[in-house]
Design a protein around this ligand. Sequence first.
Ligand code: PEP
Ligand code: MN
Length: 337
Amino acid sequence: MIIVVRPDATEEQINHIIKKIKDHGLQAHVSKGTERTIIGAIGDEAILQSLPLEAIPGVEKVLPILKPFKLASLEFRKEKTIINVCGQQIGGKRIAVMAGPCAVENKTLLFEIAQEVKKAGANFVRGGAFKPRTSPYAFQGLEEEGLKYLAEARERTGLPIVTEVMDPRDIDLIAKYADVLQIGARNMQNFRLLKEVGLCKKPILLKRGISATIKEWLMSAEYIMSGGNHNVILCERGIRTYETATRNTLDLSAVPVLKQMTHLPVIVDPSHAVGKWDLVAPMAKAAIAAGADGLIIEVHSNPEEALCDGEQSLKPRSFKQLMEEMKPIAAAVGREI
Ligand code: PEP
Ligand code: MN
């Protein structure tokens, strides 16, 4: 249920509403908008139906949330969610660009790539320290050593860090070093992991599962949000179809579809979607034109020697060119880059 609070309701009244909800074993999620405060009462439908919520002082009206995803829905929050991470925004006017290698391979290379992407105008550095590889014999990531290098790259560039978490046991460790925690496509429905990152204070970049519908994806966002962490960024990274010309098929229509369904920011990963470096730029531009709030792009100074995803990585020079070419596209849709 959505409880719309009267504009003249006092803090005490709001706290009383929240207490009432919690006393019945339900969750209360508060969304303070520019005009109105809304409280989402979430939990057992039978209890919700039986409660005379409209009788509580300060309540203006009570509306059901019809969607299966509640906190992620536009019914719960009409304004776009803007996530602030160390001075950078995701979901604001400026397009958030996250760039860096697929995996952190060594210190020197990471620092070099981080400096290059910063110079080109990226706002975040990406890099995996725990890698979800198809083969157990492939490079699995530097783990904590990689996290330390990422934290040092933040110090050197001033840009926040995005890195993947695969296992609930690693959340505290990764959250100690990183600014945004990424849930990879293969883990989009790892519900234990989603619940655990829901308790974490860091924003979560939730990639779309390889064969997930948009509704399933939003339900995964809901898992995170219901734990109290409302800072979720959705990332379209291509889905598996019968087409083999590209690594995956980028579902760009997901961007405007999501804009009609949720207030959460939506970004696009053209690198994993297409799997080939020379297809990254056109799809990155298309993503901006389609209304994406950001991009996550793989960049490597020596893709030929990369330990992971070299074939889809842009060299710093191509990345810089792409950043320039995206400027007029961003401006045409009322954004900046
Ligand atoms: C990645 O970002 O390096 C990655 C493994 O992405 P995905 O989970 O989308 O495959
Ligand atoms: Mn990769």
